[in-house]
Design a protein around this ligand. Structure first.
Ligand code: SF4
Ligand code: SF4
Length: 399
């Protein structure tokens, strides 16, 4: 196992972390986690050198924390950096902070967690965090020894990300990032921004919910033609470990084979270890995936700023996510950040860079700036047909 710096702390984190939201399930009872199999799997992961465990209050309908707690008995607790999360979508009163933290500690059978994250911060939940003074509660819990490091996981847009990062001296952040999602949510810019603040950066969704593990045939052909022996999963993971900003990549491994394969990948990982040839293969894979995308926007932002304040890439990212993302949960998050844009149109429009596409006057200033040759005002119109008027994609785009 390779170990990497964890932000500004002394802790050295394993390149690969274990996510516990996709534990093996019982064959007979729906939604029920197979406890014994999960415990064997978690201990095997630790024995292979994984020292970062990620769980959360709601994972597996509260089963995850309890099973992690059981797995970490018999001397295993001391071998891992344990992270869990405050369920921001449930909390409505300051006093509830202690309830959730204490019930997590009880379920995990420990007197402290190493990192406690505000779960899935967004514009709305961040406002609630401030209103309820939850950072004061976090700091008090840290003083009491119940948590060591304070952080947040994130699902919203880059401006919101920057605002949250600037608000506090955070230790840790967990973001969605993979070779296809460099422009979504915090994206590459957010990754670099958090790294510039010395935060430990933990990556979730390295395989885009499994999509990058099951590439289209054209992508498999590119991998084979490269002459480099590597699985689709290994390509996706090495892309992340190549980046110096990344501390740990969490993978929701659900069986021993996944653990063994991903640990083998982590063993040969390294910062800036990808060759130019390997980077070119990944660029080709990105191109192939993008073909399945309705508007080939890469979020380069060359078209910005729009003189009328339209946030052009956000609209295209939202649209594309509707078509390539198959999981309801993530569709919901992307849709929600777009809905926030629509709901807060007036305020956001005033910012002059984060406005709604309805502000577009079709002036055409952006068109020659786009390296992808996108007819931006034309595509924005079509995008609104889908996102706002809820038309069928097939009636608007040629697919
Ligand atoms: S065409 Fe629309 S999106 Fe492009 S610069 Fe003009 S107003 Fe902005
Ligand atoms: S210039 Fe084109 S590719 Fe780049 S962000 Fe704008 S629309 Fe997207």
């Amino acid at each position: 196992m390779q170990y990497r710096p964890f932000g500004s702390t002394d802790f050295k984190v394993s390149a690969l972390g274990l996510g516990t939201m996709r534990l093996p399930l019982s064959r007979f009872i729906p939604q029920k986690v197979n406890v014994q199999q999960s415990i064997r799997m978690m201990r095997h992961a630790i024995d292979k050198g994984i020292n970062y465990f990620d769980t959360a209050w709601p994972y597996h309908l509260r089963q995850s924390e309890r099973i992690v707690g059981k797995a970490l008995q018999d001397g295993y607790r001391e071998k891992v950096h344990l992270t869990t999360k405050l369920p921001m979508f449930l909390i409505s009163r300051e006093s509830e902070f202690d309830f959730y933290l204490n019930s997590s500690l009880k379920a995990l059978q420990t007197d402290h967690v190493d990192t406690y994250l505000f779960h899935a911060l967004s514009k709305n939940t961040f406002e609630r965090l401030k209103k309820l003074k939850l950072l004061d509660k976090m700091k008090r819990a840290r003083d009491q020894g119940k948590i060591k490091y304070i952080g947040f996981s994130f699902h919203d847009t880059l401006p919101v990300f920057r605002e949250i990062v600037d608000h506090f001296d955070w230790d840790v952040v967990q973001i969605q990032f993979n070779y296809m999602d460099t422009a979504l949510q915090a994206g590459q810019e957010g990754l670099e921004y958090a790294a510039s603040k010395n935060m430990a950066i933990v990556i979730m969704e390295p395989l885009k919910g499994g999509q990058l593990a099951n590439p289209p045939k054209e992508a498999l052909d590119v991998m084979a033609a490269s002459g480099i022996e590597r699985t689709p999963v290994d390509w996706a993971l090495q892309y992340l470990w190549d980046r110096p900003e990344v501390s740990c990549v969490i993978s929701g491994m659900g069986n021993m084979t996944m653990i063994n394969e991903n640990c083998a990948s982590a063993d040969k990982s390294g910062i800036e270890s990808l060759s130019e040839k390997e980077k070119i293969v990944i660029d080709e894979l990105v191109d192939i995936y993008r073909k399945n995308i309705l508007v080939p926007c890469t979020d380069c932002k060359y078209c910005m700023p729009c003189p009328f304040g339209v946030n052009i890439p956000l609209h295209f990212a939202t649209l594309n996510h509707q078509t390539i993302e198959r999981r309801f949960y993530y569709k919901f998050f992307v849709r929600r950040s777009y809905n926030a844009l629509v709901r807060n149109k007036k305020r956001l429009n005033r910012s002059k860079t984060n406005g709604h596409a309805s502000l577009c006057t079709e002036c055409g200033v952006c068109i020659p700036k786009c390296p992808q040759g996108i007819n931006i005002p034309h595509e924005l119109k079509k995008t609104l047909e889908i996102l706002d008027k809820r038309k069928n994609i097939k009636d608007v785009f040629e697919v």
